[in-house]
Write a protein that binds this ligand. Structure first.
Ligand code: F6P
Length: 525
């Protein structure tokens, strides 16, 4: 998505007007009627890509809407933007960077980058192997048995999600600490032995306040646990795109894994940031994760828009937000192992597309990113689903469900996975179709859209595919909205102010800070 690829002249597009007319038309129709009148919707509106089957029959769309969404995307330069992404050209013009996450999966990028990626992957696998085999002992010569990963945002959410989704009993103990709240590190360190615990400090910039504060606390914990000062470096792995800063902090070169500035933080799971995954789940599982993502990369790169699953997910999300005016979107995986997916997706979608500045200048006329939220089903049903069914706001839902359970050896009389799947399908149907009643308390209005993403089995390959699907969906949405999904200037102001408030809390004058901040700081000092 080069700065020039979204032409402002073209934003008064006939497709936008036509989509607005479709929105008005569809708002007079009920999903239940669309579904009843056309029982083939599940066939005509479904797409498959690799291990993912996606059924969009219960979205408030029809083929005319899809046609115009796709025509709009093409007019917005979708094909050029997509080529630019895979060619490693500058697609993040405000920071003058490419976006290299697909190259980490072996798709796109040049040979030099591919070689560098392969080398770093080998270093990562070797380091994981050394830790697993006990060849990298702690300060008392005992094997390291726990790795505590310290990082935040994109340096945390992806590996945390994948480890939570794929690990089983007996896997290497990998834990995650993100919050600067001391309780986070304290809870994860509870019961651990300093002599057998190593830390991975994961930070693209190696400047993030929270991460460095937690890393300093980890250092203090090791010292308090008997680690000699001289042995400290042996228990810290650094994972960063800023090796100089990591070296200054005390990371030794032999325990440093790097990645590239052109890999966005929220797209960095696929780099050495995923070290915890390789250690906990095994290098083979990490490779399978990348393979699943690569499969979707090739599909997204090569498939025409009408068959392109990530593009369709992205376009439908824009349809719901920008044309039907639905401000939020829930993501409800009916898989406990995917309970952290909504948190990962929140950063991916909202940090990427929660913007108002148009690449072509000025502000975007359409509403951009929805609020993304959600938790795992069936738990969600016993919490906020009441509002999804009968509340005043319509919230589209992405349901995600696996055909098979990962739980080993479910006995023939264990019906829990069937119950799980039944609930998932039932909720989607109830939201769409509703139920008539003369009693308003018992009325289900229906007409509440959802997508159903089905995978055969929740394994590393399917998970990689699912995550890559959402990455490319987010990119597609950015292309039609004409925004840059790869910068995040919106996080800067708060960071700067936090530094000033920190100084105020430490007794500084707090010049320039407003009266309310002063009053609250006084109370909290
Ligand atoms: O605050 C936002 C952010 O910059 C994210 O984009 C990023 O994933 C996170 O902070 C962590 O940054 P780093 O990896 O540089 O510590």
């Amino acid at each position: 998505m080069t700065a020039s690829s979204h032409d402002p002249e073209k934003t008064a597009l006939p497709e936008i007007e036509s989509l607005q007319a479709h929105a008005a038309r569809l708002q007079t129709l009920a999903l239940r009627d669309l579904l009843r009148d056309d029982p083939t919707r599940s066939t005509t509106l479904s797409l498959d890509a690799g291990p993912i089957h996606a059924d969009f029959a219960r979205q408030c769309i029809d083929t005319a809407v899809l046609h115009d969404l796709e025509a709009w995307a093409l007019r917005c330069g979708f094909e050029t933007s997509r080529n630019d992404l895979f060619a490693g050209r500058i697609v993040n013009p405000t920071e003058k960077r490419p976006a290299l996450h697909t190259a980490l999966r072996g798709v796109g990028g040049d040979t030099q980058l591919a070689q560098a990626v392969a080398l770093e992957r080998r270093r990562m696998a070797e380091l994981a192997g050394r830790i697993r085999s006990g060849a990298l002992p702690g300060f008392r010569g005992m094997p390291i048995t726990t790795l505590v990963c310290i990082g935040i945002g994109g340096s945390d959410l992806g590996p945390r999600l994948v480890c939570d989704a794929l690990t089983s009993e007996g896997d290497f103990d990998v834990r995650f600490v993100a919050n600067v709240d001391p309780d986070d590190l304290e809870r994860e360190l509870r019961g651990l032995n300093a002599a057998t615990t190593a830390f991975a400090v994961i930070s693209k910039t190696f400047t993030t306040r929270e991460t460095l504060a937690n890393a300093a606390a980890a250092r203090a914990w090791l010292l308090a646990g008997g680690c000699p000062e001289a042995a400290l470096a042996g228990q810290f792995i650094g994972i960063t795109a800023a090796p100089e800063a990591a070296r200054r902090w005390g990371i030794s070169d032999s325990l440093m894994l790097t990645f590239w500035e052109g890999v966005g933080g929220r797209y960095s799971l696929w780099s050495s940031v995923g070290f915890g995954v390789a250690l906990a789940c095994g290098v083979e599982a990490f490779d399978a994760l990348l393979d699943g993502a690569a499969l979707i990369d090739r599909h997204f790169r090569d498939a025409p828009l009408s068959d392109n699953l990530p593009a369709r997910i992205g376009l439908i999300s824009v349809w719901n937000r920008s044309f039907l005016g639905l401000p939020s979107q829930a993501v409800v995986p009916y898989a406990e192992r995917l309970r952290l997916l909504p948190a990962w997706l929140q950063q991916l979608v909202m940090e990427s597309n929660g913007k108002s500045a148009a690449l072509a200048g000025g502000t975007v006329a359409l509403k951009t990113s929805p609020v993304i939220w959600g938790t795992s089903g069936t738990n969600a049903q016993h919490s906020y689903f009441q509002q999804l069914h009968q509340g005043p706001d319509i919230v589209p839902v992405d349901f995600i469900v696996a055909r098979g359970s990962r739980a080993e050896a479910l006995g023939a009389d264990d019906d829990r996975h069937r119950i799980l799947v039944a609930n998932c399908l039932a909720q989607s149907a109830a939201l769409a179709i509703g139920k008539t009643s003369d009693d308003p308390h018992r009325l289900f209005p229906g007409n509440r859209p959802s997508s159903m993403l089905v995978i055969a089995q929740l394994d590393a390959r399917a998970l990689g595919a699912l995550l890559a699907c959402y990455e490319h969906a987010t990119f597609t949405a950015a292309v039609v909205l004409g925004i840059n999904p790869f910068d995040q200037f919106g996080v800067e102001l708060g960071k700067v102010l936090a530094g000033e408030v920190e100084a105020l809390l430490a007794g500084g004058a707090g010049e320039g800070l407003d009266a309310t901040t002063h009053a609250l700081a006084k109370r909290l000092r």
